[in-house]
Design a protein around this ligand. Structure first.
Ligand code: BG6
Ligand code: MG
Length: 233
């Protein structure tokens, strides 16, 4: 709270203050959503559990365990079985990661990272994935990222704000100085709960709560993002 006005300080922030960009990884920097889909599909087929692309889309931003719980719904399985399934799904997923190269960067990401460097912006990746440190080196972007973190470094996963607050702290920035780029409803919710700026990538039905929404980062310039944020507030 701002004691002078009694208003939440998050309501008074302006895009002028942005000094850092915190990226989600899966579905923002790289299209691993398809790899997650194929890994879950293989596992659920083996287990005779219904699964499809629509269900997969609801898993964006959720941790591996939260994803499995969502897939299982009210089916009960003992913890040992759940642990085995999580491990098996990840084994399938790691086979996909092993084949990844910088060609798996989504369009626009490379140029935007270069621009952010030139503009003196700090950059971080704050992911729900335990595999973040295996994926980033394969994408060839590590030299333009200051901080890499994931939800295993904090108490609560997205949609809680913890991982974004942790990333901001590591960058030495306050929440209102950070813009989060997210493709997941849970991620946008987490960014807003952290008191940060949010750029949602994808359909408004999914990321419409963000300050601004774009279909993707393809052809998007840093000044376009700042301009849209200014008109959004
Ligand atoms: C998120 C993805 O970034 O990471 C989810 O959006 C995924 O789909 C989650 O389930 C966990 O990833 P991992 O690599 O820890 O299984
Ligand atoms: Mg994502």
């Amino acid at each position: 709270m701002n004691p002078a006005s009694g208003m939440e300080t998050t309501q008074q922030k302006t895009p002028h203050e942005i000094l850092g960009v915190i990226f989600d990884m899966d579905g923002v920097l790289t299209d691993t959503i398809e790899f997650h889909y194929q890994s879950w599909e293989k596992l659920t087929l083996e287990m005779g559990i219904p699964f499809n692309r629509e269900v997969n889309d609801t898993l964006r931003g959720l941790s591996r365990r939260d994803s499995l719980m969502q897939i299982l719904g009210d089916r009960y399985l003992p913890e040992a079985k759940i642990a085995e399934m999580l491990e098996r799904k990840n084994r399938y997923y790691l086979d996909f990661i092993a084949e990844m190269t910088p060609a798996h960067l989504l369009p626009g990401v490379d140029d935007l990272l270069n621009e952010l460097r030139s503009a003196g912006m700090k950059t971080a990746i704050a992911s729900a994935s335990q595999n973040v440190r295996a994926v980033i080196p394969r994408l060839g972007i590590a030299d333009r990222i200051d901080v890499v973190t994931n939800v295993y470094k904090v108490k609560r996963s997205k949609p809680a704000p913890d991982v974004f607050l942790h990333a901001a702290e590591q960058l030495g920035l306050s929440p209102n100085q950070c813009l989060v780029v997210e493709d997941a409803e849970a991620g946008v919710e987490a960014a807003l709960a952290a008191g940060m700026w949010a750029l949602g990538l994808g359909p408004v039905e999914r990321v419409g709560a963000a300050h601004i929404v774009l279909p993707s980062l393809q052809g998007v310039k840093w000044e376009d993002i700042l301009g849209k944020l200014h008109t959004a507030v």
